[in-house]
Design a protein around this ligand. Structure first.
Ligand SMILES: NC(=O)c1ccc[n+]([C@@H]2O[C@H](COP(=O)([O-])OP(=O)(O)OC[C@H]3O[C@@H](n4cnc5c(N)ncnc54)[C@H](OP(=O)(O)O)[C@@H]3O)[C@@H](O)[C@H]2O)c1
Length: 265
């Protein structure tokens, strides 16, 4: 496994996305991912699966300290007391004392960011979170967040795949010691027979999802969180550390950008 190390934060470049995984399916998917070697799990209070993820982590043989666990506070819980209540509730369900990364899931223009970040600072002092970040923020809002927060913004989570360019915020993150987590890194499986990606995949005896993930993690500070319910897909998405895309192949994939956003807030 490769990690991105920024200050004290050590983040595995591949994590398990868990949106839409619920109940027994989520529990089993988390167990199998941990068995395969995943050490990074992405959830959110909104996914309604923290309880199953907590059960899986507790029952797996992997020590909690080896797992990088992210959760997110939903956009209607961004007032001071709500943020605290939200993380307390997440930790209870996750059956752990802390999360590694706590994100604002979506911005809410009706709640001052200063409220949210004050609560996050309180939670950091209590040891309930290690690092904070934001999701679905554009570059301007990220700059504003950095001005307001007393804690450093360590991570930005945004939709990122070959069909959606994120150059503006990514180059800012790369210059400012912020990791960028690519969500929907597989474009939700909608481009599995894209000819340009297939051609590159065939060359390395890999699959299209593996090429998409490799392209992401070969970029500085980029982490990807593919969601996969079966052990088979999870394994495929994890076997991306034994080949390398050339600069020309990286560019070919950059050129697939067509501004295609799959998640609209
Ligand atoms: N911050 C946010 O607002 C936000 C928004 C969206 C997503 N996210 C996070 O990002 C994660 C990933 O995004 P996503 O779930 O929307 O989409 P994704 O990871 O791009 O794609 C998931 C889809 O690809 C399929 N898949 C996975 N591996 C495959 C493989 N090797 N071959 C073929 N198909 C494969 C999955 O099916 P199977 O499950 O059947 O394998 C699923 O249908 C989420 O789960 C969530 O944790 C965050």
């Amino acid at each position: 496994m490769k990690y991105i190390e920024i200050l004290e934060m050590k983040m595995p470049v591949i994590g398990l996305g868990t949106w839409n995984l619920r109940g027994k399916e989520c529990f089993e998917a988390t167990i199998s991912a941990l068995e395969i070697g995943y050490r990074h799990i992405d959830t959110a209070e909104m996914y309604e699966n923290e309880s199953e993820i907590g059960d899986a982590i507790t029952q797996s043989l992997v020590p909690r300290s080896e797992i990088f666990l992210t959760t997110k506070v939903w956009s209607n819980h961004l007032q001071y007391q709500d943020v605290i209540r939200s993380l307390e509730s997440s930790l209870k369900k996750l059956k752990t004392d802390y999360v590694d990364l706590f994100l604002i899931h979506w911005p809410n223009p009706n709640i001052p960011l200063s409220d949210t970040f004050k609560a996050m600072s309180y939670l950091k002092n209590k040891g309930m979170l290690k690092f904070i970040g934001v999701s679905n923020f554009d570059k301007n809002l990220l700059l504003k967040a950095q001005q307001i927060s007393s804690l450093p913004i360590m991570n930005v989570q945004v939709e990122y795949h070959p069909f959606l360019d994120q150059n503006s915020i990514l180059s800012y993150c790369q210059k400012n010691n912020i990791s960028l987590t690519a969500y929907c890194p597989l474009a939700r499986g909608r481009e599995l027979s894209n000819p340009a990606l297939e051609k590159i995949a065939n060359k390395y005896n890999k699959t299209v999802p593996q090429v998409m993930l490799r392209w992401l993690i070969q970029q500085k500070n980029v982490v990807a969180i593919p969601k996969a319910k079966s052990a088979e897909h999870q394994r495929i998405n994890f076997e991306i550390f034994d080949f390398q895309l050339s600069p020309e192949e990286m560019n070919t994939i950059f050129q697939l950008n067509r501004g295609q956003r799959l998640v609209i807030g």
